[in-house]
Design a protein around this ligand. Structure first.
Ligand SMILES: Nc1ncnc2c1ncn2[C@@H]1O[C@H](COP(=O)(O)OP(=O)(O)O)[C@@H](O)[C@H]1O
Ligand SMILES: [Mg+2]
Length: 371
């Protein structure tokens, strides 16, 4: 078992607060991803869990034991970083064996653990090579192997794939996700790449400026972002944001007026927002459909200035109400590079609304795309 619990964790360098009030529960076997822009505090948080960075305040527990002051070496964690830090003069076999020799295991036991890790990571054929005879992806697998051999309770990864080219990143992403399934360990993984977060995590923790913005499953964060920041950060291409105003509201719905004077009722609760106040309408590029005069649908005229064909999808880039818009086209009848005006529709239940401060308004009904 390996549960990790953070209670009111803080980090300051001198008077500069880097992380504030971090409360988080990580259950045994979870794959948790810390995601956020560069400088949001992801690495610092991970390094505090790993014992590489002092904790300025709050309590860190592993399996219900307070470990704030415990040495990194005693926490039984396996760490993998962006830089592989393999010993260049040792073979892959000796690199893998190194932590076990340090732990004074017997020769046979070491050989068997090295063999198991190599088999798991499919690097058996590389055991006699030196790191410089390996590709980037192979080196990173060896680095993961070196973390695995000690059978740690929890794995900590800090952007382990950042140095790899795109294709390799995708392969390694799948490998690490598979590894998690095979080992069943708790894993905490830091990345600035929301696609990695979405594809690998059971639970995503979105960090911004040293605070947790939202914690949830990939599905939750995509369909029910708590803030405009999360809505914009998760999902690619990014969610579109259009200024609007609250026109009227009832218990379960809000009527919003767009800049062209048109208005629509959306199944979103306006809460404390009063008519006349500004809101931001959020629409995912993938939620545009062909207009079909469904009652209540929101039709948006887009001045398209660029069309991108990806094969499986066509994206339209342009503007509406003076804002940039990206829409996945419901048809592929547009010619690459061509422009023109197009009307696209959005189902009211697919719309998101945010207050001026960027908080999402809640809804009784899940978005259509939710189910
Ligand atoms: N040793 C340090 N001294 C002072 N500030 C630091 C130190 N390490 C990191 N920081 C600051 O802490 C913030 C968070 O950094 P970091 O955890 O590395 O972010 P991330 O991993 O999300 O990019 C950044 O503003 C960074 O400049
Ligand atoms: Mg970092």
């Amino acid at each position: 078992m390996a549960e990790v619990r953070l209670e009111g964790i803080r980090k300051a360098y001198g008077t500069v607060e880097i992380l504030n009030d971090i409360d988080l529960e990580i259950a045994h076997g979870e794959f948790v991803v810390f995601v956020g822009p560069s400088g949001s505090g992801k690495s610092t948080l991970l390094r505090m869990i790993g014992g590489l960075e002092k904790i300025s305040g709050g309590t860190l527990k592993i399996d219900n034991r307070v470990v704030n002051l415990m040495d990194a070496a005693d926490r039984n964690l396996g760490m993998v970083f962006q830089s592989y830090a393999l010993y260049p003069h040792l073979t892959v076999r000796d690199n893998l064996a190194f932590p076990l020799r340090m732990a004074k295991l017997g020769k046979n036991q070491i050989a068997s653990k090295v063999h198991d890790a190599a088999a798991l990571l499919q690097i058996e054929h590389l055991l006699d090579r030196k790191p410089k005879q390996l590709s980037g992806g192979q080196r990173q697998r060896v680095a993961i192997g070196r973390a695995i051999v000690r059978e740690p309770k929890v794995f900590l990864f800090d952007e382990p794939l950042s140095n790899l080219d795109t294709e390799l990143r995708v392969q390694m992403r799948v490998q690490i996700a598979k590894l998690h399934r095979q080992l069943g360990n708790t894993m905490i993984y830091v990345t600035h790449d929301q696609v990695e977060a979405m594809t690998m995590a059971n639970k995503i923790v979105v960090l911004k400026d040293g605070r947790i913005e939202q914690v949830g499953s990939p599905h939750d964060l995509y369909h029910r972002p708590a803030t405009q920041f999360v809505a914009g950060f998760i999902g690619s291409p990014r969610m579109n944001f259009l200024p609007c105003k609250l026109k009227a509201k009832d218990e379960a719905r809000a009527e919003v007026a767009l800049r062209d004077g048109s208005s629509r009722w959306l199944p979103v609760q306006a809460g404390a927002v009063e008519p006349g106040q500004a809101l931001t309408l959020g629409i995912r590029p993938d939620d545009f459909v062909a207009p079909s005069e469904r009652p209540g649908e929101l039709v948006i005229e887009i001045d398209v200035d660029f069309v991108e064909h990806l094969g499986s999808a066509t994206y339209l880039y342009g503007a509406a109400f003076g804002e940039h818009i990206v829409a996945r086209s419901p048809t592929d009848h547009f010619h690459a590079g061509s422009g023109g005006r197009v009307s696209l529709a959005v189902t009211p239940s697919d719309c998101h609304l945010f207050t001026e401060k960027g908080k999402a308004l809640s809804r009784l009904e899940a978005p259509r795309s939710w189910s």
